[in-house]
Ligand binder design. Sequence first.
Ligand code: HEM
Length: 479
Amino acid sequence: MSVTDVPRAMGHAHFDAIDFHREYGNVVRVGPNHVSFDNPEALSVVYSAYTKFEKSDFYLPFDAKTAHGPVPTVFSVRSEHANRGIKRPIAGAYSMTTLLELEGLTDECIAIFQDKIEDKLKESERENIEMDLGQWLHWYAFDLITSITFSNRLGFMQSESDVEGIIAAIEGRLKYNATIGQWPALHKILLGNNFVSWVANCVPSIAKLNTARKIVEFAARQLKRYEVKNREKLDYQDMLDRFKRTKSDGKLQMSDVDVLMAATGNIFAGSDTTAISLRSIFYYLVKNPTCLKRLIEEIDDMDRAGKLSEIVTFAESSDMPYMQACLKEAMRMHPAVGLLLERIVPEGGVDICGYFIPAGTVIGANPWVVARDRDVYGEDADQFRPERWLGLSKQTRVDDGTGASARTNLKRMERNFLAFGMGSRSCIGKNISLLEMNKLVPQLLRRYRVELVDPVKEWRMEGYWFVKQLGLNCKISKR
Ligand code: HEM
């Protein structure tokens, strides 16, 4: 157990937390008022659909910073009731039905990615090119989210740059939020205070962290461009168009600020997460050549049978069981979020795995910890083994002492999967990411051979809420 909150703010809390749980068990006190747990049955107590466990003040610095002061977003709002109210008019825009109607916009982004690779291969005197694939995946995710949100792809891939510095701005804010979120009361006297924030902007190293306003202004600029667009000429009805701004009786359901908050949320939450998961898929595949070979065979079999479109569709990818298993396993090995999904224990307290936790305690599970739980995933929980999701492998534990079958184990693994969160506050953008990942991965592997430039060198990780990877340098050649 830890007597201070400091270790959670150090950038490697995801690995520390796994070690804590392996040493001390299912329930670990990780700070003076913080308890971490990792039991699948307890997950559904804390993160249920109509939970009384509301988000903690860790989320306070995630409120959007506007000219009128901080405004809670769908992600940061603590009250469950308020969260339901914010989500009501926007939820439909995030449904898979809507997103499949926007699949063509994903195709455009994938085509740009492919064209870029082709151009670079043509220019190169060698058979392969080297690229920071991790960076390209980030640009791809950003082009896509701006495209489906505002019908305005910002051209990260085309310009090969961080357009308007938004990626750096989000990174700075995450560093500040993940650190100060451990002592949220400090936020009001630090960057949450207008005067301190103004002074902070004069010191370049601190100004890099003081970007909350910049992110909202970025979203506001996109909205302005959007409003002057002739939308009748567009081929797609984008997400903004699908927000229900008015009710059937004509009454306003979303103010301009509500729309701005939803757009800001897409910008803030919609690119790092997908990029991290995509990096994980490619990394674990190239590190595990047998798995990569099996996946390529699955893709090639479908291709030869004429079952693949020019750009792989979501439906086609969903028909690839091994691809689905790889995707899930990569997100298990490297969940995007690496801190506790903090909630407050409600009145009356709660029993978790035989421990009574009093009301007011901050409690939560860390997606990294539950993903590496050997009781659920077996002794090889630290290994990338997509087969575990197929329930067919001999290594899948068919007997855990309780007579559980492989199917029951699969259900337990599914229940323990916290990469997208769980219950009422689970990820609203999951379908966007699934669409992006399901299409890009088979499409690139179908056309190109992907290898690490240096197969021995490990990537670096920085865990500030999101566990970002650096240094996925790859060699790409035509297959
Ligand atoms: C692979 C990609 C993604 C991963 C792994 C991911 C992960 C998560 C997780 C773990 C949570 C729960 C956080 C908590 O309980 O504190 C969450 C919530 C959320 N995510 Fe995602 N996310 C992804 C993509 C996206 C995208 C593309 C968007 C939007 C465009 C998005 C928007 C949100 C929002 C708004 C919430 C808060 C929902 C609520 O509190 O009601 N996410 N996400």
